[in-house]
Every structure is written in structure tokens, then in C-alpha cells.
Design a protein around this ligand. Structure first.
Ligand code: NDP
Length: 259
């Protein structure tokens, strides 16, 4: 089977930022390969909305931390759509428990690193190989890659060090793929969200409410999945194609220093 429309893979597309990206891109004409981990019901809801937007959607359950699951995700897209134009590594987890750095456990470190860094690296590697092969057959194609990292790639939070380490590593992953694929005509970007209203931040929402009101975020509001999706859509459309390896922070000015 092959798709006449461009195909995007969004990992972790059943909820939050990934959901926002998948729905936004569907409205812009993309067929969507939607990966998720557990939440079949939520994934099916997103699929329904993609179809309502007039596009096709494949739901692909699988833990990005598992090499077998990564293989079956890409095989599923191969069978279902026959092409991959945009790879978006979005799936990610916070540590189950926010532990002081001196109490970080090996189990939590391994779980977070496997989901947020090791899995995304090797999935990106396989996707890049496929994209290069596609370009050999159709040199006019411009496949693209996006890594959703976090402001935690440069902000040290000592109660979730393993998360920060995973995001710092993912930031370098984006740089590495950008450098490796630039000459092949495959732009690679890092999109770096700030504090975004999703299930991930729901548990600490009231703390963030007061920090944001106090000026932690210069634009004085939470970000939304749509905010992130807008940045992704600009890359997806090719508006930034004479750039690669760039970081787009979607954080309401979080990274701004002022005096
Ligand atoms: P959510 O917890 O709301 O959603 C996470 C998504 O990832 C779900 O679709 C979930 O699937 C999926 N997922 C989780 N683990 C895996 C796995 N092992 N394999 C495949 N899919 C998985 O998170 P957010 O939307 O908030 O976060 C999305 C990304 O953005 C993450 O990488 C996060 O680190 C990053 N980010 C988030 C910020 C925020 O403030 N929210 C800020 C900066 C970065 P399922 O529904 O099946 O569980």
C-alpha cells in the first residue's frame, strides 16, 4: 500500500503534545502514523479526529524503549503507508517519583533514559536509514526529523535529574542527526517546549500556576500542545528548510535572561 499524501510518524501521539501535533498536522493534510504506549482508547479518539479531518491514521502501539516494538512501528508504517516524510520523536515520560538527586534509583534512571533517549535515538536511526533510501529512489523528496526535547535539557532540576539528563542527551541527538543528514537534504530540528498543560504536568499544576504568575514564564501563561504544534507545523511545511540543527524553544520566553 502507498500513500499519496505525506506521512508523519508521531511517537506518543495519544495524549498531550503528541496529540496536539497529530491533529494539527492532519488538518494541514498529513496522513498520521500514531504511536502510543498503553492508552488504546485515547489513541482511537485521536484517530477518529484525524479521519474527521479527512486524512488517514494508523495507530501503532509499542514502547519506544523496546527494539522489537520500534521495528514493528516502522514495519507498520511501511505496510500501511509505504512512506515516511516526517519523523517526530515526542514520546517521553517523567520519573515515576520525583527524588532528590542523591536518592535517584538505577531503576528510574534506566526507565527514563530508555524511553526518552535510548529508544528515540535508535528509532531515529532506523527512520533516517529509511528516509535515505526513499531519497535515493525519489531525490525530490525532503524528509524531515523533529525531536521534542524540553527546557530541562538546560535547566537543572535536582528532583528529577534523570529526566534532565535524558533531555540533554536528546538535544545532542538532534544535533548529531542534523550534522549527519545535512548533506543528504534531510533537515533536523529540536523543538524545546517550556511548561505545557498536559497530563505530565497535571500533578504539579498548582505549583507551576504560582511560579508562572510570579514571572518564571515571561509571557505569564502556560503553554498548550497547540503552541508546540504550530512550531512543528512550520518545520513540516518546509518553511525553515534552509536551516538544520536549530533549536526552537516554545516556552513563552522561559530561556530569556533579563535584568
Ligand atoms: P503526556 O504524559 O501527556 O503524554 C505522553 C505520551 O507519550 C502519551 O501519548 C503516551 O502514550 C506516550 N508514551 C509514554 N511512554 C511511551 C513509550 N514508552 N512508548 C511510546 N509512547 C509512550 O506527555 P506530554 O505530552 O506532556 O509530553 C510529550 C513530550 O514532551 C515528552 O517527551 C515530554 O518530555 C516533553 N515535554 C513536555 C513538557 C510539558 O510541560 N508537558 C515540557 C517539555 C517537554 P499513552 O497514552 O499510551 O500512555
Amino acid at each position: 500500500m502507498s500513500s499519496e499524501h505525506s506521512v508523519v510518524l508521531v511517537t506518543g501521539g495519544s495524549r498531550g503534545i503528541g496529540r496536539g501535533i497529530a491533529l494539527h498536522l492532519a488538518r494541514e493534510g498529513w496522513n498520521v502514523a500514531l504511536n502510543f504506549s498503553q492508552n488504546i482508547e485515547k489513541a482511537e479518539e485521536v484517530k477518529k479526529k484525524v479521519i474527521e479531518a479527512g486524512r488517514q491514521c494508523l495507530t501503532l502501539q509499542g514502547d519506544v524503549g523496546s527494539s522489537q516494538a520500534r521495528r514493528s512501528i516502522l514495519e507498520g508504517i511501511h505496510r500501511g503507508f509505504g512512506r515516511l516524510d516526517l519523523f517526530i520523536s515526542n514520546a517521553g515520560i517523567a520519573p515515576r517519583v520525583r527524588n532528590d538527586l542523591l536518592e535517584t534509583t538505577e531503576e528510574s534512571f534506566d526507565e527514563v533514559l530508555s524511553t526518552n533517549l535510548r529508544g528515540p535515538f535508535f528509532l531515529a536511526q532506523s527512520a533516517a536509514r529509511w528516509m535515505l533510501k526513499q531519497k535515493q529512489d525519489q531525490p525530490e523528496l525532503i524528509p524531515r526529523m523533529i525531536f521534542i526535547t524540553s527546557i530541562s535539557s538546560y535547566v537543572a532540576s535536582v528532583n528529577r535529574g534523570e529526566y534532565c539528563i535524558s533531555k540533554a542527551g536528546l538535544s545532542m541527538t538532534a544535533q548529531l542527526f542534523a550534522a549527519r543528514l545535512a548533506a543528504d537534504g534531510i533537515p533536523v530540528f529540536e523543538v524545546r517546549p517550556g511548561i505545557i498543560q498536559t497530563d505530565m504536568t497535571a500533578k504539579v499544576a498548582s505549583r507551576y500556576d504560582s511560579l508562572i504568575a510570579g514571572g518564571l514564564v515571561p509571557q505569564r501563561r502556560w503553554g498548550t500542545p497547540e503552541d508546540v504544534a504550530h512550531a512543528v507545523a512550520a518545520i513540516a511545511r518546509g518553511d525553515l528548510d534552509y536551516s538544520t540543527g536549530q533549536v526552537i524553544e516554545v516556552g513563552g520566553g522561559f530561556g530569556l535572561r533579563s535584568l
